[in-house]
Design a protein around this ligand. Structure first.
Ligand code: AMP
Ligand code: MG
Length: 412
């Protein structure tokens, strides 16, 4: 059996980052920067008011209340035409440029407007409610680095700094297909005897979209050598990566293995992990090919451990793996000491903020419902045969569980 880490390293070595291209910012979510985002100017570009109020000289309002003549109104988007001289004020809106001469803003709440004048009710220190130029980012600062994924807020940063067409790496196109004579589409209302509905293609579809890949759906192909051969060839032609599920175990109808050996350079690995031990990986027509096992939980685990990091690497991401944090497991579990075991668990933070993990259901590699109920994998390393309740384990978080329902919000 191949150690998991060696297999992960081999997979990453065989995939290369995709070409760089410029894309519209609106289409860049989840893509990875191939250029640094550098502030070409201060942000904000000019000193401006943080409040609706009056721009003043702080020394003038030390002995508030005082009445000051108002020279003009400055709205956001316009520029002041006057200078605040000693004993005067300018009315200013949030985001409007500070007028020359003024060194503070008195919020409108602390004033009483009059005709052409204002009564300032309380004094303010120099700089009060003023956002200096470069307060957020100074010109010349590298704000985002190559290899960072464009999260929603990072898209906002790009836009603020004028990166309307950032340089990123292309979205990987990933062909998916399910194999097996027993597999039918989810639209099949009446299941014929011996048939099951396809789970894997939809697990993969969602997981791929979450990473930011473009999915090409090649559907279901039966255990038929000619059809599989054509399907794999068409998928490899159209996509950057091909992912199949099923047909890689030891059965007589597990044709995928044989076809892959014939069509490309594909290795069959027994990886020292559970689930997802049998796994085929290599190239067909020059494209990376992932032959995942058929069992639905194995598909998800293999996706997480091999495909997701490989796709992120192709997209140019610097960080490839999900975070692992420590948590307390709440029950005794026996595991296989020969393998890295991925237990499906619920990981919830108690009132003390400590994560506690409980098995989310039965641990068979066909039990997709238990994985659906899980937030994390408890990763039990090679060498451990049992894990005692109360011990600390590594939790690989698939997501942080959502918190606080509408009912709870109403009770708060
Ligand atoms: P195989 O690797 O083809 O022997 O498949 C292993 C197990 O996974 C069998 O019980 C299959 O019926 C099941 N399986 C294969 N593909 C799928 C799929 N797309 N959705 C749900 N179960 C599947
Ligand atoms: Mg099969």
């Amino acid at each position: 059996m191949r150690p998991l880490l060696d297999a992960q390293r081999d997979v990453l070595e065989l995939v290369d980052p995709l070409p760089e291209e410029r894309v519209e910012l609106a289409a860049a979510a989840d893509l990875v920067l191939a250029e640094p985002v550098v502030a070409r100017h201060d942000l904000p570009p000019f000193a401006n008011s943080a409040m609706d109020g009056y721009a003043v000289i702080a020394a003038d309002v030390e002995d508030a209340p005082v009445v000051l003549p108002v020279l003009e109104d400055v709205a956001a988007g316009s520029v002041p035409t006057q200078t605040v001289t000693p004993g005067t004020a300018i009315k200013i809106m949030t985001g409007a440029p500070m007028p020359p001469g003024a060194d503070a803003v008195v919020a409108v709440e602390n004033t009483e407007p009059g005709d052409g004048q204002v009564r300032i009710l309380s004094g303010v220190p120099v700089g009060e409610s003023v956002r200096p130029a470069g307060d957020d980012v100074a010109a010349g600062t590298v704000v985002l680095e190559i290899g960072e994924t464009l999260t929603p807020v990072k898209l906002g940063v790009c836009s603020s700094l004028g990166y309307g067409r950032p340089l990123v790496r292309r979205r990987p196109r990933v062909a998916i297909l399910s194999t097996g004579d027993e597999i039918v589409s989810p639209d099949e209302v009446e299941l014929a005897p011996g048939k099951i509905r396809d789970a894997n293609r939809f697990t993969l579809l969602g997981a791929l979209e979450e990473v930011g890949a473009e999915v090409l759906d090649f559907g279901i192909i039966g255990d038929d050598a000619a059809e599989l051969r054509d399907g794999f060839a068409a998928a490899a032609e159209a996509a950057d990566v091909v992912v199949s599920s099923g047909g890689v175990s030891m059965g007589e109808y597990d044709l995928v293995k044989h076809l892959l050996a014939e069509l490309g350079s594909v290795d069959f690995w027994k990886v020292a992990m559970k689930p997802a031990k049998p796994f085929a990986f290599g190239r067909i027509a020059g494209k990376p090919f992932f032959g995942l096992p058929g069992n639905p939980v194995s598909v998800a685990v293999a996706f997480e451990q091999f495909l997701r990091p490989a796709l992120l690497h192709m997209m140019g991401a610097r960080l490839l793996f999900r975070p692992r944090i420590r948590g307390i497991i709440e029950q005794d579990v026996r595991t296989d000491p020969q393998k890295v075991v991925f237990l499906r668990v619920n990981a919830t933070a108690g009132r003390d903020g400590v994560l506690r993990a409980k098995l989310s259901g039965a641990q068979g590699s066909n039990i997709l419902s238990a994985l659906a109920a899980a937030d994390a994998y408890a990763v039990i390393p090679v060498g451990d045969a049992e894990v005692a309740a109360g011990s600390l384990v590594d939790l690989e978080m698939m997501r942080m569980p959502a918190n606080r329902s509408w009912e709870e919000v109403q009770l708060d």
